[in-house]
Ligand binder design. Structure first.
Ligand code: G3P
Ligand code: CA
Length: 226
């Protein structure tokens, strides 16, 4: 079962900061997960919420900020909100990266960054995966870079189980912990899909995920759930 560092290792360090990703890598995760938005100046910034209020000392919507304004904020312990490229440079091909498309219109810019890192920086497509709750954004990404694995995020259990993810051509279906059950795992596996579950922070839950046959878990405390 893969252990994926959720927003880095957000149980220990300010989420979605370089410090958090460094900590996750130190803890030996198999993959790091991050969230991206596209600013008006086309920069891709790594932050979870649509406002900067909860995670920084600033106020307002992420998309109302200029890149310069975003960079002046303290995202915790003196850390800046990183760009996608800064996180990839930190990962430096040594670890897999799951990029969650949070903001709209992120599919194209993220596809371009991945292509650039493969072409110019020696990365391989296999090291990347792209996920989203916005399945339209995922579909757009899949058309641009079909070589990269996509993960369809969902909170709930559809009547047709993982059919939607199969139709999207997804590699995985990424389900919330409160809804995952054996029927869903079985259905996804029968369709040839992997199952990743978020967010698993307790040992009891990680043991239960192993028993269900889940393929990977996102965790804020990657060392506790191994
Ligand atoms: O990708 C798993 C998880 O990160 C999705 O939920 O809200 O933490 O981005 P959220
Ligand atoms: Ca996320």
């Amino acid at each position: 079962m893969l252990i994926i560092g959720h927003r880095g290792a957000m149980g220990y360090e300010p989420e979605n900061t370089l410090r958090s990703f460094r900590k996750a890598i130190e803890l030996g995760v198999d993959m790091i997960e991050l969230d991206v938005y596209l600013l008006n100046d086309r920069s891709l910034v790594v932050i979870h919420d649509d406002t900067v209020d909860r995670t920084t000392n600033g106020k307002g919507y992420v998309l109302d900020q200029t890149f310069e304004e975003i960079r002046q904020l303290d995202a915790g312990r003196g850390e800046k909100i990183p760009t996608l490229q800064e996180v990839l440079d930190l990962a430096d091909r040594k670890i897999s990266v799951n990029i969650e498309l949070k903001g709209e219109h992120t599919a194209g810019p993220v596809a371009r960054v991945i292509q650039e890192y493969v072409t110019n920086n020696g990365w391989q497509f296999e090291k990347f995966s792209v996920s989203s709750f916005n399945h339209h954004e995922l579909q757009a990404f899949k058309k641009l870079l079909p070589q990269v694995k996509i993960g369809a995020l969902i909170v709930g259990i559809p009547v047709t189980y993982a059919k939607f993810a199969e139709e999207l051509g997804a590699y995985s279906v990424n389900v919330s912990l409160e809804f995952i059950n054996q029927a869903f795992v079985n259905d996804a596996h029968e369709r040839g899909l992997k199952i990743f579950v978020f967010t698993v922070n307790e040992r009891d839950d990680s043991e239960r995920m192993k028993r269900l046959g889940v393929d990977g878990i996102f965790s804020n405390y990657p060392d506790k759930v191994r």
